[in-house]
Design a binder for this molecule. Sequence first.
Ligand code: ADP
Length: 673
Amino acid sequence: MKNPFRLPRRANLSRPWRWLVPVLPVLLVLLFLAVLLWLPWQARQMEANERQEQLIADTLWVEQTLRFELARSEEALATLGADLVAGLPTSVPAPDALQARFAQMFKNGPELRRVLWLGANGALLARHGMDPPAAKPQADGVETHDMARLTRAGRYTEPYGATKQAPGLVDYYLPLFQDGAYAGSLVAAYDLKVLLDETVPWWFAQDNALTLLDRNDTPLATRAAGGPGRGVYTHRRPLDLPGASIVLVTDSVKGAPRLLPNLLVGSVIVLALGLLWSLLALWRHISRTLAAESALRQQMAFRTAMENSLMTGLRARDLEGRVTYVNKAFCEMVGLPPEELLGRKPPMPYWAPEALGEYEERFAGVLAGTITPQFESVFQRSDGVRVPVLVFEAPLVDSHGRQTGWMSSILDITDRKKAEELNRQQQEKLEAGARLATMGEISSMLAHELNQPLAAISSYTAGALNVLERADKGVPVEPVLLRRALEQARQQAQRAGQIIRSVHEFVKKSEPKRETVAIDSVIDGVRALIELQTRQSYVSLQIHLPPELPPVLADRLMLEQVLLNLTRNGIEAMMDAPPERRILRITASNDEAQVSVSVIDHGHGIPLEVAERLFSPFFSTKAEGMGMGLSICRTAIEFHGGTLTHAPNPGGGTVFTFSLPRPAATTAAVELQ
Ligand code: ADP
């Protein structure tokens, strides 16, 4: 069965990929940021590549242009050369016409610096233009010339003459043939700087620095209209002239593209950083929330466990009396599941029919806002069993201090009630027992106290009978003796009656009849009885009383009984003593507070183990003893606010002393009058 008191588990706790939930957004954002940072870099790369490609294409184009210009010039030279050798050896071109053609050529190709016409034997036949500032190396020229003749094709020399101030030059040897036979050469010198200046368009020169290099990378000619190149975008392209190794180098004046070329990329990065920051903040917030949630769950679990383990029933009700909460103990108390209680309004299913009036009256109080903070009631469990309960009610207050209902804690007091009932029954039994004990006590006391007067009566009547028996034998009757014996027997009979009344009063625990009593008169009252015993036991009785002994406020009969008990014990203690030590003394003394009477014997004394139990009822060391005497004496003396003590007699035996408080002087005076 589902336990409604158990805390619901979170469904996804066991999923293995749960840890991804907080990590995934972070991973995605990091990926997003990486892409964002990569994009500008990629754009820059693309731009750089594009520029490089553009430069390569432009360089190619320039190279083509240079090649085209030189090719055009070669063609013009070839045409001229063909014309020159056509009429040989018969007709030689007129020098003026030749110069005019040269001039025309120089006009069309400003890069031309000088043209030589050499005959088949190497003699200079004509020339035009200025000599180059530097002379080309002789060997190179001869070699080129020979190669041109051999290959029957035009050929360039290696560039030469380049200095810091002067640009480099290159010569072109064009072999001329007539009818297959070598007929001379045309040698043209090109100024490479002019070639660059004239051939490369200005807009290209504006964006790029152009340099022509020889095979040793020595600059031959440079054109840098837009300033020196940055060295970022460069391209080398050989001019591919037969015999000459000239490399065209272009170097863009543009630098590398900037990483943050525009506001857009900047703002994207700012946004990304903002996003990262807010994500971190969100993450922290989520972590805190998760921690708080976990702490709350723990607390909830603890609270639920606590409520479930409580023995006290808990019940909450709203202001209309509807049950809003019950704990396990309450449900067990009324034997109903929480579903049958929550949301219920009175009459409740656990109300016992016989107490409906009480419930309704109390519920009306709850609705009116007046509660009884603590009361006892009874619930009817679902199986009909009545459960006595103790209910504590208190207002239920929310966190804003508003009262939202009532909270009750309910204690099942079945056990307490049972214990109370048991207690009551035991009390009754005890009382009955006590009554029985009291009756036993009365009979014991009576038996004990009546012993002496009855023994005395028996002794007096035996005396009287003796007198009468003697009369039967003819001895004259002594009426005085007879009367005295009968008188004594009558007195003892009266005394027995008084004892019975007194014991009855004593057992009823009614106040003793107190009167002002003089100690010597008390002793006189029992003297005859004491002497009766001392005579029988061969004990001599000595009574020493100070003359001015003040009276006490006491029940005379009780004091007499005490004296009789103490003297009888003293006499019995001396039964085994030698006759000369059998002396029983009664003394008295007084101080401002009390009057004390001591009974002193020379008997066997009281050993320690006997002393411990001396005053316990029914404790006796004698074969015939009842063990009530000292117990009665102590009770009687304490009844009068006095004390009864015993001490060893220094001369052997025991001293029993009772002390009674002296009445206040005035009271005593009044009483005495
Ligand atoms: P009982 O005299 O019936 O034994 P008591 O209560 O008067 O009962 O005395 C209890 C016991 O105390 C006696 O049995 C005796 O052992 C002891 N006792 C009492 N008085 C004396 C005494 N004067 N000397 C020695 N022992 C005494």
